[in-house]
Design a protein around this ligand. Structure first.
Ligand code: MN
Ligand code: MN
Length: 467
C-alpha cells in the first residue's frame, strides 16, 4: 500500500469522517447485528400497544430472573427486579455495586406508538355497514391510515369489573379491518385538497361488518350494528356500554419483516420507539453486577406529550427512584443530581427522496450507527433538553471506548419543523440527560424502516452505559 501523504495524515488527525458501517464493521459483527434482530422482529409483531409491550417484557424479565419490586426492601448489589406501573409503563432495575447515593444510570424509551384509538362510543351503522369511530393517537399523516389492513387490540373492563383482552386480526385466519378511501375515478375534488385534509379525522372510520342480524322476517332497526354487537358479545361477553371502560385501538395488521434484498433493514409498524425499548431491555437483562444501579424505563404516552400518570411528564419515575433511595437511606434529590440518563428514542434518517428537509452535515444516515442527538425541539431550540458539553463528552467517550459506531443527528433543518422526546421530562428532575437512538425512515407511518446494524449499535451503546 502506498504511504499516506502529509495531507491524508493530517486529515485523519484533525477532521471528522463519519462512515457507513459497510466500510468499517467486521463481517462477524454484522452477523451479530442480523442475529440480534431476529427476536426483535418477533417482539414487534407480538407487542403492538404499550400494554402488550409491558406484558411481553414482564414475561421476558421473569424468565431472566427478575422479581416484582417490593417497596421498602433493601436489595443487594446484582439483584434484579421490575416495577409495573398500571400495566402500561414499566421500570426494570439491576442494583449496582456502588451505593445509590452516587446516582443511577437511566435508560428511558417509550412503548406507545401512533395509532387509531376508538372513541368512547365507537360503534355505529351507516348505509347498512357497521363501523368503529376513531380518534387518532399521536402525530399521524391521516391519509397513510386508509386502505391498509388493520387489526384491533386492547382491553375492555366489563360492568362487573372483569377484564377482557382483545386481539383480532393478527392470527392467520382472523378477519382484519380497514379505513376506506375514495376511488381515483371520483376523487377530483379530494385530490385538490392538501394532504392534511385529504383524509379527515372524522373519516378515519373502521369498517367492521356488512351482515344483518336475523332472517328476512326480522324488523328491528340497525341490524348490521346489532349483528356486530352480537358477535362481540358471544366472543368477549361485552355489551355496547362496555366500550366506555375500554382502551381499544386499530393498528397495522402486518408483521415485522426483513426489508431489502440484502435483508439489511426491517420494515414494521411501531419501531418508534419499541426499537429502543427492545435494545434497552436486552442491555438491562445482560447487565451483570453493574457499578451504578440501572433503571430501565419503558414509558407510555410519549406520542401524546408524555402527560398522564403512565407518561414521564408525571411523578411516577421520580417517586419510584425515591423509594429505591430511601431503602438505602439516601435522599432522592441527591441521587438524581448524580444520575445520568440516555433518553433513547428514534431520530429521522436522511431520505434521498426528500433531501430538502434535512441539512446534510447534521442529519443522521441509515447504517451509520446509533444517533447521539444533542437537542431536539423546534424553532430556536424551543422545548428541548439541550445536553451540556460535559454530558456529551461523557457519552462520546463511553461509546468510543466500547467500540460503538455512532453518529450525530439533528431532526431536520432549522425552521423546518421539529419534535421532542422524554428527555426534557427526565432532565426536569435534575438528571444529566441526552437523546440517543436509531435512525428511522418513514417515521410515524404505519410501516417504518430501520437498519439492523443501527439497531445493534443502540444495544451496544446501552450495554456500555450499564456496564
Ligand atoms: Mn419516539
Ligand atoms: Mn414518535
Amino acid at each position: 500500500m502506498a504511504e499516506k501523504t502529509k495531507g491524508e495524515l493530517l486529515q485523519e488527525q484533525l477532521l471528522m469522517d463519519p462512515k457507513n458501517m459497510g466500510e468499517t464493521l467486521p463481517p462477524e459483527e454484522m452477523k451479530r447485528a442480523y442475529d440480534f434482530c431476529e427476536p426483535y422482529k418477533d417482539f414487534l409483531t407480538r407487542a403492538k400497544t404499550e400494554r402488550e409491550a409491558v406484558a411481553w417484557m414482564v414475561k421476558k424479565l421473569e424468565e431472566s430472573g427478575y422479581t416484582t419490586y417490593r417497596r421498602g426492601k433493601e436489595y443487594k448489589a446484582g439483584e434484579k427486579f421490575y416495577f409495573n406501573n398500571r400495566d402500561k409503563s414499566l421500570a426494570a432495575v439491576t442494583v449496582g455495586s456502588r451505593p445509590i447515593s452516587q446516582g443511577v444510570h437511566i435508560g428511558a424509551s417509550h412503548i406507545d406508538s401512533p395509532r387509531l384509538d376508538f372513541k368512547p362510543r365507537p360503534l355505529y351503522e351507516e348505509a347498512q355497514l357497521a363501523y368503529f369511530k376513531t380518534h387518532y393517537y399521536g402525530g399521524v399523516k391521516k391519509y397513510q391510515w386508509s386502505a391498509i389492513p388493520l387489526s384491533i387490540h386492547g382491553v375492555v373492563l366489563k360492568k362487573d369489573g372483569t377484564s377482557v383482552t382483545v386481539t383480532i386480526g393478527e392470527d392467520e385466519g382472523d378477519p382484519i379491518f380497514c379505513v376506506t378511501d375514495l376511488l381515483p375515478h371520483l376523487a377530483k375534488d379530494q385530490m385538490k385538497l392538501t394532504m392534511a385534509e385529504g383524509i379527515k379525522g372524522e373519516q378515519l372510520n373502521i369498517l367492521i361488518g356488512c351482515q344483518m342480524f336475523g332472517d328476512t322476517e326480522e324488523t328491528v332497526s340497525e341490524r348490521v350494528k346489532l349483528n356486530v354487537m352480537k358477535l362481540l358479545s358471544e366472543k368477549y361477553g361485552i355489551v355496547e356500554s362496555d366500550f366506555l371502560s375500554a382502551e381499544l385501538a386499530a393498528v397495522p395488521a402486518f408483521p415485522a419483516r426483513d426489508l431489502g434484498l440484502d435483508r439489511g433493514m426491517i420494515g414494521s409498524y411501531g419501531h418508534d420507539d419499541r426499537v429502543c425499548a427492545y435494545c434497552n431491555l436486552m442491555a438491562e437483562i445482560d447487565a451483570k453486577d453493574p457499578a451504578y444501579t440501572t433503571v430501565t424505563v419503558f414509558a407510555d404516552k410519549e406520542e401524546v406529550g408524555s402527560d398522564g400518570n403512565t407518561g414521564l411528564h408525571s411523578m411516577w419515575l421520580a417517586d419510584f427512584i425515591e423509594d429505591l433511595a430511601q431503602a438505602q437511606g439516601a435522599q432522592v434529590r441527591h441521587v438524581l443530581e448524580r444520575s445520568k440518563c440516555l433518553s433513547t428514542d428514534v431520530n429521522a434518517a436522511f431520505d434521498p427522496s426528500f433531501p430538502d428537509v434535512t441539512e446534510r452535515r447534521n442529519v443522521a444516515y441509515l447504517n451509520y450507527g446509533v444517533v447521539l442527538t444533542k437537542y431536539t425541539g423546534s424553532g430556536g431550540k424551543s422545548s428541548t433538553n439541550d445536553a451540556s458539553a460535559e454530558t456529551m463528552h461523557f457519552f462520546r467517550k463511553l461509546m468510543d471506548d466500547a467500540g460503538v459506531v455512532w453518529q450525530t443527528g439533528e431532526l431536520g433543518k432549522v425552521d423546518q419543523g421539529g419534535g421532542g422526546t422524554v428527555a426534557k421530562y427526565v432532565s426536569f428532575h435534575n438528571v444529566d440527560t441526552v437523546d440517543l437512538g436509531v435512525p428511522v425512515l418513514s417515521m410515524h407511518a404505519p410501516f417504518e424502516v430501520v437498519s439492523k446494524a443501527d439497531v445493534y449499535m443502540t444495544y451496544k451503546a446501552m450495554e456500555a452505559f450499564y456496564q
